[in-house]
Write a protein that binds this ligand. Structure first.
Ligand code: NAD
Length: 264
């Protein structure tokens, strides 16, 4: 009869501690922040500029009984690792010295264009935000990451389904996946899991210009995936929440496809 022991064990598995989510003022990041807050984490909502939107996410988490605060940092800046955590420390108050249990590298930008059209400065800026910043943020976070914690990097289905019109973006996400695999080996001895999630096309501001209100584009997206619809931010947030939970303790160094079964 293991019933009582099971209940106690499940209780000990509840998510608590601090979860830092980058780019959490909107879209997939906001959904991740909300879900991790509902799971019991104290959520640090990172944003670039839109303090009102970030405050809104914090407000939603607290209204649902959770705990959250927000802080700003521009990941396009070369000193992003240091500046990011300095801003975090200033906002975290008494929590500043508490270990970070979950770090979700979600912030990202997409710059469209085939290779002939790609301006070098756009390429470099996109690489900085999508790949270099996560590297520097993780590097600067190493002393404060909790042993037994979780790092989740948000990649893209673009690394599996090649699209010439987002070649620069695809390279940045390939770099993020290439960061994930050796880092999982490196942090394994500390019990820290490191995984990536590949969202497929998701209905967020990132795709607003070509997808929203464009029934032809929407039909193409819907037809290209087994589950026959476009992704919602919650579809991705739930996968991240799993990877950031005790239930996923034995999963590390993996890239999880969350595209609704996108066909090549
Ligand atoms: P979004 O544009 O709504 O959100 C992107 C977030 O990144 C925003 O909060 C933004 O402020 C932040 N960000 C951008 N540049 C920044 C900078 N210089 N400094 C700090 N923060 C910055 O898009 P989204 O769809 O929610 O994207 C979230 C993640 O999911 C991104 O990494 C994106 O590449 C990835 N993704 C999205 C899709 C999709 O179809 N929407 C598909 C695959 C992967």
């Amino acid at each position: 009869d293991t019933d009582l022991r099971d209940i106690e064990a499940l209780d000990a598995r509840k998510s608590d501690g601090i979860a830092v989510v980058t780019g959490a003022s909107r879209g997939i990041g906001a959904a991740i922040a909300g879900r991790l807050g509902a799971d019991g984490y104290t959520v640090a909502v990172h944003y670039r500029q839109d303090s009102a939107a970030a405050a809104d996410v914090v407000e939603k988490i607290t209204a649902a009984g959770g705990t959250a605060f927000s802080f700003a940092a521009d990941l396009a800046e070369p000193d992003t690792g240091t500046a990011f955590w300095a801003s975090y420390d200033a906002a975290a108050g008494a929590l500043r010295d508490a270990p970070v249990r979950v770090l979700v590298n979600n912030a990202g930008v997409v710059v469209n264009g085939v290779i002939e059209e790609f301006a070098a400065e756009d390429f470099i800026r996109q690489q900085q935000i999508n790949a270099t910043a996560p590297f520097l943020i993780i590097k600067a976070a190493l002393p404060r990451l909790a042993n037994g914690g979780h790092v989740v990097n948000i990649s893209s289905g673009a690394t599996r389904v090649p699209i010439p019109g987002i070649i620069g973006y695809t390279m940045t996400k390939g770099a993020l996946e290439a960061l994930t695999l050796p880092l999982a080996q490196h942090l394994g001895p500390r019990g820290i899991t490191v995984n990536a999630v590949r969202p497929g096309t998701t209905d967020t501001d990132m795709n607003a210009d070509w997808l929203r209100g464009n029934s032809e584009a929407m039909a193409t997206v819907v037809a290209s995936r087994a589950l026959g619809r476009v992704g919602e931010p919650a579809d991705i947030a739930d996968v991240v929440a799993f990877l950031a939970s005790h239930d996923a303790r034995w999963i590390t160094g993996q890239i999880i496809d969350a595209t609704g079964g996108e066909r090549l």
